[in-house]
Design a protein around this ligand. Structure first.
Ligand SMILES: NC(=O)c1ccc[n+]([C@@H]2O[C@H](COP(=O)([O-])OP(=O)(O)OC[C@H]3O[C@@H](n4cnc5c(N)ncnc54)[C@H](OP(=O)(O)O)[C@@H]3O)[C@@H](O)[C@H]2O)c1
Length: 292
């Protein structure tokens, strides 16, 4: 099967290309930049295309029966409109951020992408939209990677203190990038009984404090969590940002961190056959690879 990958140069896309070639597919890797395509596995054909230039997408994907997109969900409508006749199955990426109750322009963009996908399905298209939670583990991941670098940079002679809003009792359900890649690769095969959308998440919701503790433990460090009011931490992050001082999380990210995230993992296990690894296992793997 010839599979086109939009977003092939990204943190997840590069690994998906290698995985799809390993699964025996003929892979076409797309990017807006030929330079960035140099970082993609040579097993794939490389083509330049931009989702917002429909003719470039139509040409680059002309011989693909299946298209996977890792580009942001805000690009869903133009991508679907530009797909060639030959394409009979798409795997799109959204985000669990669509579920937030906070005012969030990025979440609104995901919801608009989802609506465009549903309209396209109603008009006879076939495909699935996968909604990952926080993806971590790739060499350049900005989530757990930032935290690990912060911990590594903390002097060993000093006790490691990490301030968290409310003591970090809210929950998050991060998914290891290779588990997301495995889910995408399974979805490419069009398994029977797939719903229109599916959440791709870690095995269980965990408190932020446990995420920090597991990250420190993976680096052989103990940590003391210091509960701090959100307003104070947000103000400190804003001031640090204005002064150009690096902090692991921005004020907006801290605010999003006060919302509990908890998703069902069973549908992904049963419908795609992917059992995600624990955060402890994933963060240790990332540290062992030196990817932070
Ligand atoms: N990272 C997370 O924690 C997280 C959480 C939930 C959902 N997601 C979603 O999961 C997906 C993959 O995440 P990621 O972190 O691996 O993404 P990423 O590293 O940001 O990669 C995004 C890719 O999209 C491509 N792209 C952007 N604009 C494009 C355009 N106009 N035309 C063609 N390609 C375009 C980029 O390719 P070029 O620049 O080479 O063209 C890049 O390879 C994204 O949709 C993201 O929104 C991510």
């Amino acid at each position: 099967m010839r599979v086109g990958v939009v977003g092939a140069t990204g943190k997840t896309g590069r690994y998906l290309v290698t995985r799809l070639c390993g699964d025996g597919h003929a892979v076409v890797a797309l990017s807006r930049s030929l330079d960035r395509l140099a970082s993609v596995d040579a097993c794939a054909k490389r083509r330049q295309a931009d989702v917002v230039v429909p003719s470039s997408i139509g040409q680059a994907l002309a011989d693909c029966e299946v298209v996977v997109s890792l580009a942001h969900a805000r690009l869903t409508a133009p991508l679907l409109a530009a797909l060639p006749e030959r394409c009979r199955w798409v795997v799109l990426t959204g985000s669990v951020r669509r579920s937030t109750a906070l005012p969030d322009a990025a979440a609104d963009a995901v919801r608009r992408g989802e609506a465009a996908f549903r309209e396209w399905i109603a008009a006879g298209g076939r495909g699935v939209m996968l909604h990952p939670s926080m993806i971590y583990g790739a060499p350049d991941d900005r989530n757990v990677g930032r935290l690990l670098r912060f911990i590594r940079g903390w002097p060993r002679a000093l006790p490691l203190l990490v301030p968290l809003p409310g003591g970090g009792r809210h929950t998050v359900q991060p998914v290891y990038f290779e588990d997301f890649v495995a889910a995408l690769a399974k979805a490419v095969r069009q398994p029977n009984g797939l719903p229109l959308d599916l959440e791709i998440v870690g095995p269980e919701a965990m408190q932020y404090r446990d995420l920090v503790r597991a990250s420190a433990a993976a680096l052989g460090r103990g940590v003391t969590i210091v509960p701090v009011p959100l307003w104070l931490l947000g103000a400190a992050a804003r001031i640090a940002g204005a002064l150009g001082v690096r902090v692991p999380f921005t004020a907006a990210e801290l605010r999003r961190g006060t919302e509990d995230k908890r998703f069902a993992v069973e549908p992904m296990r049963t419908l795609l056959g992917v059992t995600p690894r624990s955060f402890d296992a994933g963060v240790r793997e990332k540290v062992a690879r030196g990817w932070f």
